[in-house]
Design a protein around this ligand. Structure first.
Ligand SMILES: [Zn+2]
Length: 422
């Protein structure tokens, strides 16, 4: 296989692994089962609404529903359980090729007007062209339709022809008129869990004979944020870049992330408050292509790892974060975390993200040199105690009273410290 063929081979991975059956849909149990049950009923819902965040498989499920409704083998036996399209009949095959005459798919984001919907609704009244039992209309991003388009749609949804089914997909169900929603059977799809995405990517890599470090799966899953489409897209980019061997160092570069050692060094210099060396170091990272926002994310994650080293026996990283625990106490990390949260907002709004990052790091290093509240209270407590001792010696009170005074002050300090930290 030439390199060009190899590239095109991997570009179609998403299509290659697109589910052909309900049982192949990843991470949407029990919603898939509910959809199968709804389709098994003698009366099919005139409108099906699939809602959920981006990239979790709404359009894929809509196509599977359309495939099931038009499958010739299921014409008179949709009550079988679990319901699946046969995948072999002429109808199923044209579904797989996206050439089915009775399945019409429109993107409401680019067809928002009433004329677009009217044209579609007029064809509802004709019998199917392929001999399938149903004509299916998939309207993606349906919330983008205009008010008049929704009104036109509503009339048909109130009394849909028996051989017609509408499938709507949207990320923003709250923008759809209630009159439309009430005439649909609604299914809420969910964001995939990290572990589900990770095992899915592992399965794909195994099938494609791709060697992938475990840390790479974690990075891809972390950046996909529960979206199977994004996870797939990232995996394809990684394969195009690195071939059949996916190493963490290469994928970090692809994602604009600094390497672990670079994040470690950033935190070490921050912990030492060596601002000059810190600025030289982050400038070097910037020239190497590290995105300022990504670096800040990694600094936040590094601080989180340092906390885990100090307080949790679970989820400890194999990387060496323990060596940084001497630089950062819990009150340091808490204060720096607040600073980072504000820093993300500043970087988002900034015209000069790198300069904003530099200013933020200077602020963080400076903040670390400030005495924390616990220290201030220690000083204050010692000062107050010495004042009390002078006063006590004047009245010649006994030593047991001094001890009880001191004991009374400590809880106040602890309450202040606890309040400040949490
Ligand atoms: Zn079929």
């Amino acid at each position: 296989m030439s390199s060009q063929e190899s590239l095109s081979h991997y570009r179609v991975l998403a299509r290659k692994y697109r589910p052909n059956f309900f049982k192949e849909v990843v991470g949407q149990y029990p919603f898939v089962e509910m959809i199968q049950n709804a389709l098994s009923q003698p009366k099919i819902p005139g409108g099906i609404l699939l809602t959920g965040t981006r990239g979790i498989g709404k359009t894929t499920l809509a196509r599977l529903i359309a495939k099931t409704l038009t499958c010739h083998k299921l014409d008179n036996q949709r009550s079988i359980s679990p319901l699946e399209p046969c995948g072999l009949c002429a109808s199923c095959q044209s579904c797989s090729l996206d050439t089915h005459l009775d399945i019409q798919e429109i993107d409401a984001a680019s067809h928002t007007g009433v004329d677009d919907i009217r044209g579609l609704l007029e064809s509802c009244h004709y019998r199917s062209l392929s001999g399938a039992s149903y004509r299916v209309y998939i309207i993606d991003e349906v919330h983008m339709l205009s008010k008049s388009a929704f009104n036109a749609l509503l009339k048909t949804l109130e009394e849909p022809p028996l051989h017609v089914s509408f499938i709507f997909a949207t990320t923003e169900a709250h923008k759809i008129p209630k009159t439309i929603i009430s005439r649909c059977q609604q299914f809420y799809l969910r964001r995939l869990e990290d572990q589900e995405l990770k095992s899915y990517l592992k399965t794909i890599c195994l099938k494609e004979n791709i060697s992938c470090q475990d840390a790479v799966y974690d990075l891809l899953v972390q950046h996909a944020e529960g979206s199977i489409r994004d996870a797939f897209s990232l995996l394809e980019r990684a394969i195009l870049l690195a071939g059949k061997e996916l190493k963490e160092s290469v994928i970090r570069k692809m994602l604009g992330l600094p390497q672990y050692a670079q994040v470690h060094e950033t935190l070490r210099l921050l912990g030492k408050q060596d601002i000059s060396a810190l600025l030289v170091h982050v400038q070097q990272l910037y020239y190497e292509g590290v995105d300022p926002r990504r670096l800040l994310e990694q600094i936040a994650q590094g601080l989180y790892r340092i906390v885990l080293e100090q307080f949790s026996a679970r989820n400890r990283s194999q990387e060496d974060w323990a060596s940084l625990t001497s630089y950062f106490g819990i009150s340091d990390i808490t204060a720096l975390w607040q600073c980072i949260v504000q820093g993300f907002e500043e970087l988002e709004k900034s015209m000069f993200p790198f300069i904003s990052l530099e200013m933020l790091l200077i602020r963080m290093a400076h903040m670390k040199s400030l005495p924390n509240l616990e220290h201030i209270l220690d000083v204050w407590s010692g000062h107050a105690l010495s004042q009390a001792q002078i006063s006590d010696s004047n009245v010649q009170s006994d030593s047991s009273d001094k001890k009880s005074d001191r004991k009374k002050r400590w809880p106040v300090k602890k309450i202040f410290v606890t309040f400040f930290i949490f």
